[in-house]
Design a protein around this ligand. Structure first.
Ligand code: WQD
Length: 340
């Protein structure tokens, strides 16, 4: 049984990936500093898979702790590195926190991965690296744009750090997955997204409004050059996204990769407007969401959706869930955690 380290494994995408890894027979070890997650997520994972993953609370910024961890676990065959801070606005307020949390930790991890017998590494990147792309759908060859935020910059620089390291370390095999907009929850509703405070992202804001925690959703801008005037994104079900990680890991373990650093878009290929997401919510929840139009939000791109050809044909992965499925699972989760 191959042992896989998942950093940030109690977070939103990490926890869903742990479930898919366990379902495929991997032994999973998790490290997480619990800064944006809770140890109770372990119970949620275990209730789905009947296997409790090993967990150690560890702050990846503490280099010596990372070194000690790898001394104890030198039989790891692959690392999926989710642990990072992800609030765009907070990163503008506190850039050094973001550079330290997202880049120092990446460097410490890579140093350790290089010492493993099997140096397989998967990095959480983001469609934010493309900025406002000229052509839709966005291919992996689309040029990256100067980042809108320190958060976005940590994803770009993160990819560059891996590129440079792979050039001089032929044994290192890495894949960066560029996520579009992950949403939803496990169909069991035993794990899902747990935003702290007021959600900044669309779908948790919608489900919290539907649950009565927020009065009304502000739709940021209805004068964009899109069919209904609202922004377009590629919303991907977190379970589909989690499965992409397992397939990418298997590609590395089987040495099927074409080069020692590859990047793949992970999206559905379908663009949905904010109003379409609201309609999907209304359909799955049998209610009519309270929303109002508000000014544009600074830094938002007009439209971003993935060209999934490379992920489909080279990686052999394809998103299966519809927008309604994904929103339905997010709503089921919200109802469960609010005891509705
Ligand atoms: C989606 C759409 C908003 C909230 C961000 C990061 C990205 C990635 C995912 C994370 C936009 C609109 C939102 C609201 C709204 N990183 N909206 N009212 O901005 O595409 O991507 O999250 O880890 O790097 O930038 O996602 O969910 O915030 O917004 O109208 O209250 O919903 O304007 O069009 P975004 P989002």
């Amino acid at each position: 049984m191959k042992k896989i380290l998942v950093t940030g494994g109690l977070g939103f995408i990490g926890s869903h990936t742990v479930v898919e890894l366990q379902n495929e027979g991997f032994e999973v070890v998790i490290i997480d500093d619990l800064s944006n997650s809770s140890e109770s997520v372990l119970d949620g994972i275990t209730s789905i898979t009947n296997k409790k993953p090993f967990f150690e609370k560890l702050d990846l910024k503490e280099k010596s702790s990372v070194e000690n961890f790898f001394k104890k676990h030198n039989d790891i065959s692959g690392v999926i590195h989710f642990a990072a801070s992800k609030a765009v606005g907070e990163s503008v307020e506190n850039p050094l926190l973001y550079y330290e949390n997202n880049l120092n930790t990446l460097i410490y991890m890579l140093k350790e991965v290089l010492n493993l017998k099997e140096s397989n590494f998967i990095f959480s990147s983001s469609c934010t690296v493309y900025g406002q792309a000229e052509k839709m759908p966005i291919t992996e060859e689309a040029p990256t744009q100067p980042a809108e935020s320190p958060y976005g910059n940590t994803k770009q620089v993160g990819e560059e750090i891996i590129t440079d390291t792979c050039k001089v370390s032929p044994n290192l095999n890495a894949i960066a997955l560029r996520y579009f907009n992950p949403i939803g929850a496990h169909p069991s509703a035993n794990i899902g997204e747990l935003p702290i405070g007021v959600p900044q992202n669309l779908v948790p804001y919608i489900t919290q409004t539907g649950a009565g925690l927020r009065e009304s959703l502000s739709v940021f801008g209805n004068d964009y050059p899109t069919p209904d005037g609202t922004c377009i994104r590629d919303y991907i079900h977190v379970v589909d996204l989690a499965k992409a990680h397992v397939i990418a890991l298997q590609r590395l373990l089987d040495n099927k990769n074409d080069s020692n650093f590859e990047t793949f878009n992970v999206g559905t290929g379908v663009g949905s407007s904010v109003l379409e997401v609201i309609t999907a919510f209304d359909n799955v929840s049998n209610q009519s969401l309270n929303y109002k139009f508000a000014p544009r939000r600074e830094g938002d791109v007009i439209s971003a959706f993935a060209d999934t050809e490379k992920a489909n044909t080279v990686l052999g992965w394809k998103a299966k869930s519809s927008l309604n499925d994904a929103i339905g699972s997010a709503w089921k989760w919200e109802q469960k955690i609010r005891n509705l």
